[in-house]
Design a protein around this ligand. Structure first.
Ligand SMILES: [Zn+2]
Length: 361
């Protein structure tokens, strides 16, 4: 292997990266850093993870600090307890909603991988596929340290709006619950689609706008109002508030949902927010997420149709995830060989109003 003494990335992995500033090719420099051949910028490699943060905005820094490890508690609880959603995990949801495996081919991206635990699980499951987990937050470094023995996994710290990843180099990209927390979700989606080889699959989950559900839309209004204040709170204060309020959420939402399932009304239970959560610590993590993230965009199926058209996707589908117990939308499709956008896709053969399937070309 042509490992550079200071950088634990060989040429085969480095070729999957690109300078986020100018898309130039990178190479290992003398120190623990990667250097761009075109613009000369150097990016430090810290604990095996290259850091590609160019002038992060205040909101990005806040997002970065928020998401370091808040979901760890949720995942620990989920492993210990019975999990109630019809999809066994977030990635299982993406597979069900996409209607096929989300990881395929030789190399792929987990876009916004958080602490990287599920990326690690995916890499173990698919030993023949190379995974790059990318996130703004530095929590990936702990996971990268644990994953040193996993040959098909690497992490990079970077921004999804200018991913430090080579264009037309990957067979798939998936992203769960991340794009809506970026400044420009559509821009991030298009940037990720650009990283795919022709025929590569992109699958993303985002929050939904409840314009089709007046009751939920009404319930969301106070949440949006509280967010105006809560997103300005210092992180430690928000964390304490989230922990103090989690038991109340558990008692008023999670427990009633469990009761509904116990008496044979699972479909009703699916409409209750936090109804599938495994425990109080996970709820606290989610409250911190929901009330602390600087950006929280919401989307309609029609928005995702627009993204699919702009990215020139073929054989795509945009679906509401409620049947699987998740409140959000999934868009999954293949990047067209021609990369051309053509007209408005015809609706496919699935009758549900909340689902659209497009076939281009
Ligand atoms: Zn450059």
């Amino acid at each position: 292997m042509d490992h550079h003494p200071h950088v634990p990335w060989d040429a085969r992995w480095i070729s999957l990266l690109a300078c986020p500033a100018c898309h130039g090719t990178l190479s290992a420099a003398d120190g623990p850093e990667l250097r761009c051949a075109s613009c000369g910028r150097a990016y430090p490699v810290i604990s095996r993870v290259p850091a590609f943060l160019i002038d992060p905005t205040a909101a990005e820094l806040k997002t970065l600090n928020l998401y370091g490890d808040i979901w760890d508690a949720y995942n620990q609880e989920k492993r210990r307890s019975r999990y109630h959603a019809p999809a066994a995990s977030h990635l299982e949801l993406l597979r069900l909603a996409a209607g096929c495996d989300i990881a395929q081919g030789e190399a792929g991206i987990d876009a916004g991988c958080g602490a990287g635990h599920t990326t690690l699980a995916m890499a173990r499951q698919h030993a023949g596929i190379r995974f790059i987990g990318i996130d703004l937050a530095g929590g990936i470094r702990r996971t990268a340290a644990q994953a040193q023995e996993i040959p098909n996994l690497r992490f990079v710290q970077g921004n999804l709006l200018s991913p430090p990843l080579a264009k037309r180099a990957f067979d798939f990209v998936y992203s769960f619950g991340v794009l809506h927390h970026t400044r420009d979700p559509r821009g991030a989606f298009l940037a990720l689609a650009e990283r795919l080889l022709p025929g590569g699959r992109i699958t993303i989950f985002v929050y939904k706008d409840f314009s089709d559900l007046p009751l939920k839309k009404t319930l969301l209004a106070p949440v949006t109002l509280i967010r105006r204040l809560s997103t300005r709170l210092p992180a430690p204060v928000l964390r304490v508030l989230a922990r103090c309020n989690a038991p109340a959420v558990f008692l008023t939402l999670t427990l009633p949902a469990r009761l509904l399932r116990a008496i044979g009304r699972p479909r009703l239970a699916r409409h209750i927010p936090y109804g599938t959560f495994p425990g109080i610590r996970g709820i606290a993590a989610s409250l911190e997420d929901r009330f602390g993230a600087p950006y929280e965009h919401r989307f309609r199926i029609a928005d995702l149709e627009g993204w699919a058209r702009e990215a020139g996707l073929m054989e795509w589908r945009a679906v509401d995830c409620l049947p699987w117990g998740f409140s959000g939308l999934v868009l999954s499709g293949l990047v067209s060989r021609a990369h051309v956008t053509q007209g408005i896709p015809k609706n496919g053969n699935r009758p549900e109003e909340t689902e659209k399937i497009g076939k281009l070309g």
